[in-house]
Design a protein around this ligand. Structure first.
Ligand SMILES: Cc1ncc(C[n+]2csc(CCOP(=O)(O)OP(=O)(O)O)c2C)c(N)n1
Ligand SMILES: [Mg+2]
Length: 343
């Protein structure tokens, strides 16, 4: 019924193509095997989502026993996953080495490309006497050069979200052995909880923490039901500001306007989750934050930890002075961002 204005008739492969590393529609039974192989290899090789649109008539067919296209040589498709590494040409490496060894104040800026190469990055930094600066996804490199969230477990997996919450998450700091991810390229809101669900399913023995905003959690609140349904012990920390904070600051700082249309109706998230049997903790007093956080993170099952934030606190100052640049993450814990609203 594709192309006939039938119910729910859209070009799924087109709709998903920008968001996926591979998106194809199956065109017949003989097409299935190769498309599935390519989708799996693309997802693994390019580390992104792959989508296959299956027209309903083909869903009930026989995939492998269908006639082969005469162009489709038997056995030319495979699912072998190779650990593909891109290695720059030798002359580029030598050029980089020349540049770095001549540098007076070398600085290494790493992103997700350094994933799994923490040891090598640290060795290079030591040899050069260089500082390491990490982009948000550079924390995947796992090198322990920065300060870390004290409350989370040694091998915790943190999943961040988009908003001013990203800037607070960036200041958490991680220890070696911990993992971090967020929607780094798409910068999509509502990533933290789905990422955390995936992480907890893949690593049932590790502590998984989702760091999200009240705007994001409002949009993905149904995913809390997934935690309850699958008894996934994810700890969801929601930074509650009653506002789409990042947009508010963009309106004021970039556009020079007063804030408009960004306020959220206040929601007591710690109460909402109790309907699913998920325990909720409300943190509104900086003095008790450490204890409450420790207790909630140590609990066995899923937890919702609602932290009240000052909606007027800027995610970044307009200028950076020496004090800002040298402050350690420990000097600006989330607690200092919190306004006591326990009135
Ligand atoms: C799916 C999606 N919709 C909209 C945006 C634009 N956007 C970026 S941050 C943000 C507000 C986030 O609000 P909240 O979750 O409350 O976090 P806060 O900024 O207040 O910390 C919006 C609307 C986006 N990045 N992704
Ligand atoms: Mg908010």
């Amino acid at each position: 019924m594709i192309g006939t204005h039938y119910l729910q008739d859209i070009k799924h492969d087109f709709a998903l193509s920008d968001a996926c590393v591979y998106s194809q529609r199956v065109m017949g039974e003989a097409h299935v095997l190769n498309v599935v192989d390519m989708a799996v290899r693309s997802a693994i090789g390019a580390r992104g989502p792959a989508a296959i649109a299956f027209p309903i008539d083909i869903q009930s067919g026989e995939a492998v026993s269908g006639d082969r296209s005469i162009k489709n040589v038997a056995g030319h498709s495979a699912v072998a996953a190779l650990d593909g590494r891109r290695i720059p040409p030798r002359e580029r490496i030598e050029e980089a080495a020349r540049l770095l060894s001549g540098a007076e104040k070398p600085l290494i800026f790493i992103g997700a490309g350094a994933r799994g190469a923490g040891d090598e990055v640290e060795r290079a930094a030591e040899g050069l006497g260089a500082q390491i600066v990490k982009a948000m996804l550079g924390d995947q490199a796992g090198c322990g050069s920065l300060h870390l969230g004290r409350a989370v477990a040694d091998r915790a997996i943190l999943c961040g979200d988009s908003g001013t919450v990203t800037t607070w998450a960036a200041r958490t700091g991680l220890r070696r052995g911990q993992m971090f991810s967020f929607s780094g390229t798409m910068c999509s809101m509502t990533a933290a909880l789905p990422y955390a669900i995936g992480a907890q399913a893949a690593y049932p023995d590790r502590q998984v923490v989702a760091l999200t905003g009240d705007g994001s959690l409002t949009m993905m609140v149904g995913e809390l039901a997934t935690l309850a349904q699958h008894a996934l012990p994810v700890k969801v920390v929601v930074m509650r500001s009653d506002v789409l904070g990042l947009i508010k600051w963009e309106q004021m700082a970039f556009l020079g306007n007063p804030q408009y249309g960004v306020e959220l109706a206040p929601v007591e998230f710690a109460q909402v989750t109790q309907a699913w049997g998920i325990r909720g903790t409300r943190i509104d007093d900086p003095a008790r934050m450490g204890d409450q956080l420790g207790e909630a993170l140590a609990a066995d099952g899923p937890e919702l930890i609602e932290v009240l934030f000052d909606p007027h606190d800027m995610p970044m100052t307009p200028t950076i002075n020496r004090e800002h640049a040298t402050a350690s993450p420990g000097d600006s814990p989330a607690a200092s961002r919190m306004r006591s609203r326990s009135r």
